[in-house]
Write a protein that binds this ligand. Structure first.
Ligand code: ADP
Ligand code: TRP
Length: 321
């Protein structure tokens, strides 16, 4: 079974990225042949500064490895090191109906937020389809917000197969982990870079503590019972604490007598401990110059060999060359 996923290098990783996409992807690397990549072509639709893009790509690679991506098990690479994907993307564009792209929520949301779209942003899901289809992927672990893009991918594959022959492209399945579909941010909304409410994976101790202590709460007095539903503190604690610890925190909410400051301290301690091993690994990776680039180059060579075969097959099927 081939498992594939990608992450855009648009900024430092936060808990939403980790629990929504990365942790499930890392668990899956033991269940099949995983292909994970850094979607740098995609991020050109938003980042137009070469230095920033290069830094983001490097940081994402380091962070992904620090979190447990095992280059012995998974093929880890930069999307743009396999330029064949842009050729497949073009061919897929020619069977993709415009209305299908016009209907994509993530595109509509961006426009609604006042972004002037470039045509790369519009055809973003087609490049994503090419990412997935070029590696004959079976399973694609993604966050809930990518669900529609997976439906578009499947539609495009079906259209290609109808036009050019059954079995030309493999139809992939999405894997969305429902229990952490939406990780809440420090203000109670979905954690997202665009809301400025994120908690980073590798923030330094002091600023991280400050962020946790500043999580927005209601003004229930210490003695009174506190709501569990909708609480970012409880929701985040569930991700990093044991079930006994979570039960104790819930009990203390319902009985009253414990203040929000206490709950935040408990959250801070578990969170800091949860990523301790990853922080150590990160330091170790940073001490080995050239290591990250070697991993990415090695991954690119393996990925490219697969991609070339698919593109060759598709070129033949559509009548190119
Ligand atoms: P952001 O919203 O901060 O810009 P991205 O859109 O770059 O994050 O998300 C990258 C990946 O992380 C996607 O697979 C997405 O589904 C997942 N993800 C991002 N934020 C969250 C969240 N708050 N809860 C669950 N998954 C998330
Ligand atoms: N669009 C995805 C995101 O924003 C990143 C991505 C690009 C991706 N290509 C992909 C994810 C292929 C899974 C499969 O998170």
């Amino acid at each position: 079974m081939r498992i594939l996923s990608g992450l855009q290098p648009t900024g430092r990783l936060h808990l939403g990225n980790y629990f929504g996409m990365m942790q499930p992807a890392l668990q899956l690397q033991h269940e099949g042949e995983a292909f994970y990549f850094i979607a740098d072509y995609h991020s050109l639709t938003a980042i137009q500064d070469a230095k920033v893009l290069r830094e983001n790509v490097r940081n994402l690679a380091i962070d992904f490895l620090a979190c447990g991506l095992d280059p012995e098990k998974a093929v880890f690479f930069r999307q743009s090191d396999v330029p064949e994907v842009t050729e497949l993307s073009w061919i897929l564009n020619t069977v993709t109906p415009m209305p299908m792209l016009e209907n994509c929520h993530s595109y509509k949301d961006k426009i609604a937020n006042g972004i002037t779209p470039n045509s790369g942003l519009f055809t973003y899901p087609v490049l994503m389809a090419a990412d997935i289809l070029i590696y004959d992927s079976d399973l694609v672990p993604v966050g809930k917000d990518q669900k529609q893009h997976l439906e578009v991918t499947r539609d495009i594959a079906v259209k290609m197969n109808l036009a050019y022959g059954e079995g030309l492209l493999k139809i992939p399945q999405a894997r969305i982990r429902e229990e952490t579909a939406v990780v809440l941010g420090t203000d109670g909304r979905k954690m997202s870079k665009s809301y400025g409410n994120t908690i980073g994976l590798f923030e330094d101790e002091k600023p991280l503590k400050k962020k946790i202590m500043a999580i927005v709460t209601d003004s229930t007095p210490v003695d009174e019972p506190k709501p569990i539903e909708g609480s970012s503190i409880v929701a985040l604690y569930r991700l990093v604490a044991t079930s006994e610890e979570v039960a104790a925190m819930e009990r203390d909410h319902l009985s009253g007598g414990v203040g929000y400051g206490d709950f935040k301290k408990r959250l801070w301690e578990k969170l800091w401990g949860f990523f301790a091993e990853a922080r150590e690994k990160r330091a170790e990776i940073l001490s080995k110059p050239g290591y990250v680039e070697d991993v990415l180059q090695d991954g690119a060579a393996k990925a490219r060999a697969v991609a070339k075969k698919t593109v060759e097959r598709v070129r033949k099927a559509v009548g190119l060359g």
